[in-house]
Design a binder for this molecule. Structure first.
Ligand code: TXA
Ligand code: MG
Length: 302
């Protein structure tokens, strides 16, 4: 079942059912061995999935759940290889969207232990932030027994912050709406910036593959526009002549909220290029710039 969260729509399946989880991989065309986030309704279910939870992770969970934050923790035997990609760690999140919470609670009341859900897009593509976007993206691959729960547009608009909690100190693996600054201000815990390695091996986070979050149109992070280009910038920046305005956010929160819809709109309009004037690196702007860099990455390789 595809369902709304405050970040993006997820494609959910019983996290203990290998066949159900296999369907996620099939529908997304996701490479096998890519770990999935397990969604639970409350911190009290954490111990089912994670062991040796450090004190700082408990503080993070208490202060930022339900919310747009995923914690990577050592797994219990419940988190099978088909969830963790064979790693000894599992990603856990308590989303704050009411429909997501209701869904997970209902599932738990029937004996469920968690819902595995990646973003409900084909692998490498833009995450959907509305039920319509999920349908546009996946309807060709869903069957009549698969459902899409419509909870309206996502408020945050970019995927959760992912924090690696498997070491003595936490590190950010994917920036999101919960920022290192917010964490430090609220609970005095210093989360270090992205290090791609846990001990000996490279951590598998698709956000760390370089080309990702990409529409079909080419994304340029520059000010040079051509007629017919899509254009995304703060509302204070006027639309260059001949371009198609795709979004005009007033601030970084609006920017995050509108970005993926704007990238999708470019594809619907069959534009070839999108010129983006990136936001400042403040607040959720860090996460937006991370995604924009990845959406534009392929070009720097050409
Ligand atoms: O906001 C979100 O996090 C959304 C909503 C639906 O919750 N979900 C989401 O899932 O973005 P996905 O699968 O598209 O991205 C999750 C990222 C992937 O890059 C995955 O590799 C990484 O989290 N991840 C999951 N479990 C992990 C683990 N045990 N170790 C390292 N990375 C992990
Ligand atoms: Mg994703």
């Amino acid at each position: 079942m595809a369902f709304p969260t405050e970040t993006v729509y997820g494609l959910g399946a019983d996290a203990t059912n290998e066949n159900a989880v296999a369907r996620i991989y099939e529908v997304k065309d996701r490479p096998i061995g890519h770990p999935l986030i397990v969604h639970i309704s409350s911190i009290k279910y954490l111990e089912k999935w994670a062991r040796d939870v450090p004190e700082y992770a408990i503080q993070l969970a208490r202060n930022f759940w339900p919310g747009p934050m995923t914690l990577i923790l050592p797994r219990t035997p419940l988190a099978k290889d088909f969830i963790t990609g064979g790693q000894d760690n599992v990603g856990i999140r308590v989303p704050s969207h009411n429909v997501a919470l209701e869904l997970i609670r209902e599932f738990e009341s029937q004996g469920g232990l968690g819902i595995a859900a990646p973003s409900a897009n084909r692998f490498g593509k833009v995450s959907p932030t509305s039920a319509q976007a999920v349908s546009d993206e996946l309807s060709n691959y869903l069957t009549s027994s698969d459902l899409i729960l419509d909870g309206g547009p996502c408020v945050v608009g970019v995927e959760s912050s992912i924090i690696n909690c498997t070491q003595d100190t936490p590190t950010i693996l994917r920036p999101g709406a919960v920022t290192t600054e917010m964490i430090y201000k609220k609970i005095g815990i210093l989360v270090k910036q992205n290090n791609e390695y846990i001990g000996e091996f490279k951590i598998k986070a698709s956000g760390l593959l370089e080309s990702h979050y990409a529409p079909a149109a080419k994304v340029f992070l520059s000010v040079n526009t051509q007629p017919g280009d899509g254009f995304i910038a703060y509302s204070s920046i006027s639309t260059p002549k001949g371009t198609v305005r795709l979004a005009s956010p007033k601030n970084n929160d609006e920017y995050a909220n509108q970005l993926y819809q704007a990238l999708r709109l470019a594809d619907i309009k069959q534009l070839q290029r999108i010129v983006v004037i990136p936001p400042t690196n403040e607040g959720i702007g860090i996460a937006i710039n991370d995604r924009l860099d990845k959406a534009a990455y392929l070009l720097s390789q050409e």
